[in-house]
Design a binder for this molecule. Structure first.
Ligand SMILES: [Zn+2]
Length: 113
């Protein structure tokens, strides 16, 4: 699955709204935006997000220069190729975070949690 710049923005927003909805569970505006976004983002990514967040882990990180942006472990070359091919979700072999290409985003700062 290719994670486009628009999708990177959506994933960052998903993280923000997830946290906001936890802080204000009865704020209807936050809940509506959060649910809308969850329907717009591909299911595969929402599922990965939910699993990672439930475990208290960061969901998405850039793969920069062959190194995981979350745990900083160097990745096998096959994962780097996998990301550039964009055919499937590519995850860190050490921490399991889902990678995106940092070249697709100006500030590759998807919130840590
Ligand atoms: Zn990692």
């Amino acid at each position: 699955m290719r994670i486009t710049p628009e999708l990177v923005d959506d994933l960052a927003e998903l993280s923000r709204l997830h946290d906001a909805s936890r802080r204000d569970p009865r704020d209807p505006e936050i809940q509506i935006h959060y649910q809308d976004l969850r329907h717009r983002v591909p299911r595969e990514l929402v599922n990965a997000f939910d699993v990672r967040r439930r475990a208290g882990q960061r969901a998405f990180a850039p793969l920069t220069g062959g190194v995981c942006g979350a745990c900083f472990v160097a990745q096998p070359i096959s994962r780097q190729f996998g990301l550039s091919e964009g055919e499937r979700l590519v995850t860190c072999h050490a921490c399991g975070v889902v990678f995106f290409d940092p070249l697709l985003t100006e500030d590759n700062t998807i919130p840590t949690r």
